[in-house]
Design a protein around this ligand. Structure first.
Ligand SMILES: [Fe+2]
Length: 238
């Protein structure tokens, strides 16, 4: 299985706080059946300024460490980009790392809103050949209040990722219910961990359980597609 959203690189954001935590997260991922993880540190104006070069360097080091302990796992470079006024300019200047350097970008909205003029910004990305994947859509307050807003964006070519832990009730009943709704309406392209640490009860521990939960709603093969064939296409830039 492939996880396209993980804060597994140390000292880059509010994710892993050490190489030891990163490696524990790798072990946890393998135990959950994951073979590939896209490392997606936050890029957030003024707070997290992770440059492509720095992300790639840490991915390289983590892959070396994984090899040293013979873990069957590969880490690919990426980022989770918070929507900002200068995002189009930053993409043009190649200051933002897309998912495995593909034409897919993992895009984060503020948790309580859908930004004004969002359709125009997404359209500009699409003109550049970039497909936005909206991260953890089930946790956004506006999508929770009006789920139809997501289907409107999906119809315009945007993709959506939900969080494994949400589907398993980790964030409470509302994100769980909204995740189930988005799955049943076929609005989801990927289930991902959004793991931030190595806690045994944390977000990283729900991946395989989430596939079971999704299977109850959309069937086993369709659930597998969200952690295998769909993310595979993303990282292969297809
Ligand atoms: Fe995230």
């Amino acid at each position: 299985m492939i996880d396209i959203h993980s804060h597994i690189l140390p000292h880059m954001d509010d994710g892993a706080d050490s190489w030891s935590t990163s490696l524990n997260m790798c072990q946890q991922a393998v135990a959950n059946g994951i073979k590939t993880i896209v490392a997606t540190p936050h890029i957030l104006n003024g707070i997290y300024k992770n440059k492509p070069k720095d992300i790639e360097e840490k991915v390289k080091i983590l892959n070396q460490k994984i090899k040293e302990i013979n873990l069957p796992l590969q880490i690919l470079p990426g980022s989770e980009v918070h929507l900002s006024a200068d995002i189009i300019e930053a993409i043009k200047k190649k200051e933002i790392l897309t998912l495995n350097k593909s034409n897919y970008i993992l895009l984060e909205f503020p948790h309580t809103q859908i930004p004004l003029h969002i359709e125009e910004i997404l359209f500009q990305m699409q003109i550049m050949g970039i497909t936005p994947i909206l991260s953890h859509v089930e946790r956004n307050l506006k999508f929770q209040q009006k789920p139809a807003l997501l289907s409107q964006l999906i119809q315009k070519g945007v993709l959506a990722q939900i969080t494994a832990a949400s589907l398993c009730g980790f964030f409470g009943p509302i994100p769980k219910k909204i995740s189930q709704k988005f799955l049943s309406e076929e609005l989801v392209c990927s289930i991902a961990s959004d793991a931030h640490n190595d806690s045994k009860e944390g977000r990283g521990s729900f991946f395989s359980q989430a596939v079971t939960e999704a299977s109850k709603i959309i069937g086993h093969q369709a659930a597998l597609n969200l952690v295998q064939s769909h993310p595979q296409k993303i990282i292969m830039n297809q």
